[in-house]
Ligand binder design. Structure first.
Ligand code: A2P
Length: 276
């Protein structure tokens, strides 16, 4: 069973979840039902994925108490001003059909708008009102994090950033650890690009597992929260079946050696919002 990691506000988060970025809205409800059926309790969506309604439909139909599910969504880029953020948040809640969300993130800092501090204050306000359990961010750099923490005294519980064996983001880890901010890995399988990697294939063979399972296991053993995406029922189940084996220190070291800073967002994720 997946571990629950403790967040800096006292709540907990399942260490593995189902990501639904790029899942077609028409099939999202089915995909999320498969995920919950396979054991996932954390579902990670965003306004920008256009599939929050499907997530909402699935969590109502899943037959799992709402209290056992951990739902994440994200504030869209054009809605950082307080009024717009409140409206966007209400839209998300309506689409999901929930009264309270477990985790709500600022999707991108969008420094060109310079409104992310206002967005952060609005999320904190919604948290105080009981609408959001935990507040966090995504694609933030250290200077963005320092600014929101400095101006509000509230530290995000997570920063969701692109992270996988070819883009390990080691330079960012120390700051996050110091401030007790968990890193959530998006594109944990390198958007599928890592699945034919010969080094990982060798490790997969050694453990009698799939390459995807080896990569997911690596994220877990690195202490990261991991949200692999799949629209295939068998792969969804396989990606969750990662608790019956362990990578040894040598395996972890081998994967550590794969880091070539090969990420879609590059060294400055804040500038990559155009991707979405
Ligand atoms: P599919 O949805 O058809 O399964 P990431 O989570 O890094 O964004 O990677 C998602 C990509 O990896 C998708 O293209 C997904 O395709 C593919 N994928 C996810 N899990 C597996 C798996 N176990 N085996 C092969 N491909 C996978």
């Amino acid at each position: 069973m997946p571990e629950q990691l403790k967040l800096n506000d006292g709540s907990t988060i399942p260490q593995i979840g189902l990501g639904v970025w790029q899942v077609d809205p028409d099939i999202t409800a089915k995909v999320v039902r498969w995920g919950i059926g396979a054991g996932y309790r954390l579902i990670d969506t965003a306004e920008g994925y256009r599939n929050e309604e499907g997530v909402g439909e699935a969590i109502r139909a899943a037959g799992v108490p709402r209290s056992e599910l951990f739902i994440t969504s994200k504030l869209r880029n054009g809605a950082h001003q307080r009024d717009a953020a409140l409206r966007a948040f209400d839209d998300t809640m309506q689409k999901l059909g929930v009264d309270q969300i477990d985790l709500f993130l600022i999707h991108w800092p969008v420094p060109s708008q310079d409104k992310y501090v206002e967005a952060w204050k609005t999320l904190v306000e919604l948290q105080k009102a009981g609408r959001i359990k935990s507040v966090g961010v995504s694609n933030f750099n250290q200077d963005h994090l320092e600014r929101i923490i400095g101006e509000t005294g509230v530290t995000p519980v997570v920063n969701q950033i692109e992270l996988h064996p070819r883009f390990q983001q080691r330079d960012k880890r120390e700051f996050h650890a110091k401030h007790d901010i968990h890193i959530e890995s998006w594109s944990p399988l390198g958007s599928g690009r890592l699945l034919a990697d010969p080094t990982l294939e060798k490790l997969a063979k050694k453990h009698g597992r799939s390459v995807a399972q080896v990569i997911i296991r690596w994220h877990l053993q690195e202490g990261l929260v991991v949200i692999p995406k799949s629209v295939n029922q068998d792969r969804i189940a396989g990606n969750f079946d990662v608790f019956g084996f362990e990578l040894d220190a040598g395996d972890m070291q081998t994967i550590r050696g794969m880091d070539v800073r090969d990420g879609r967002t590059g060294p400055d994720p804040a500038t990559a919002a155009f991707l979405f």
